[in-house]
Design a binder for this molecule. Structure first.
Ligand code: HEC
Length: 224
């Protein structure tokens, strides 16, 4: 059993299926997937061993190169011509806009994409499938494990002797240093891995078409 631990509040124990084989965990449940990614960062040998047992790192890397290759082959200019930029815009608003702006709308947890290399298909695919492959250190993800078993992730805004401030996806959280068990700054991006996993090829195509468009796609433009 991977779930057993002497920790009073065990972060891994919060996985409902934590003793199931890794294949059941990876793509089916986003919340579990993200949680595994978070836990992977910790130095705690016990956590490390159990997370690796749930999901090996090299399997993950292999999946990513496979995915990029798949999309590169699939997303030909001809296939992209059939795309629906408006559907892509809606997908962006649901999934990406809480962190990114494009054409002046959206959040600012991640970089504004308007001026990025978004016209370049390879750049988009590698950033979407493997966000941590190339990452600006300013965007490294920090994980904090508290003594009472809470696991928080975000940017470390400030860390002093008594308090640390963490910017998560949704809020700024101030923590007392004495409540913190471990702080770990990873080499990983705050942008979650596997964002495309729940999308069909058509949805990915529409998103790419939208991301590469030269101007905002009007919401009323349903015929498109
Ligand atoms: C939780 C916040 C978050 C979400 C959600 C998110 N991203 Fe990101 N993204 C980031 C951060 C932070 C970076 C910068 C660090 C990096 O390069 O990984 C980034 C980087 C990128 C980059 C590279 C930008 C550059 O300047 O190099 C692209 C392109 C991108 N994201 C596209 C997307 C798209 C498309 C979606 C939706 C499918 C998305 N992101 C969802 C946070 C997010």
């Amino acid at each position: 059993m991977f779930c057993l631990s002497d920790r009073k509040n065990d972060p891994i124990e919060k996985f409902p299926n934590c003793s199931v084989p890794q294949t059941l965990i990876d793509s089916n449940d986003r919340a579990q997937f993200e949680r595994l990614q978070q836990l992977r960062g910790f130095q705690d040998a016990d956590i490390k061993t159990r997370v690796d047992a749930l999901w090996a790192t090299d399997t993950e890397q292999l999946n990513k190169s496979g995915q990029i290759a798949h999309y590169k082959q699939k997303m030909t200019p001809r296939y992209r011509k059939q795309g629906h930029p408006l559907a892509g815009r809606l997908c962006f608003e649901n999934t990406c806009a809480k962190c990114h702006s494009l054409f002046g709308e959206g959040g600012n947890v991640g970089p504004d994409l308007t001026g990025s290399g978004r016209k370049n298909l390879d750049y988009l695919l590698s950033n979407l499938v493997d966000p941590s492959a190339v990452i600006d250190p300013a965007y490294c993800l920090t994980h904090i494990l508290t003594h009472d078993g809470q696991l928080l992730s975000g940017f470390l805004v400030q860390q002093g002797d008594t308090f640390a401030t963490l910017q998560t996806q949704n809020a700024q959280i101030r923590l007392r240093m004495k409540d913190i068990d471990e702080i770990y700054t990873s080499g990983k991006s705050m942008m979650p891995d596997g964002m495309l996993q729940n999308y069909s090829d058509e949805q990915v195509r529409d998103l790419l078409v939208y991301l590469r468009s030269s101007a905002q796609v009007p919401l009323g433009d349903r015929a498109n």
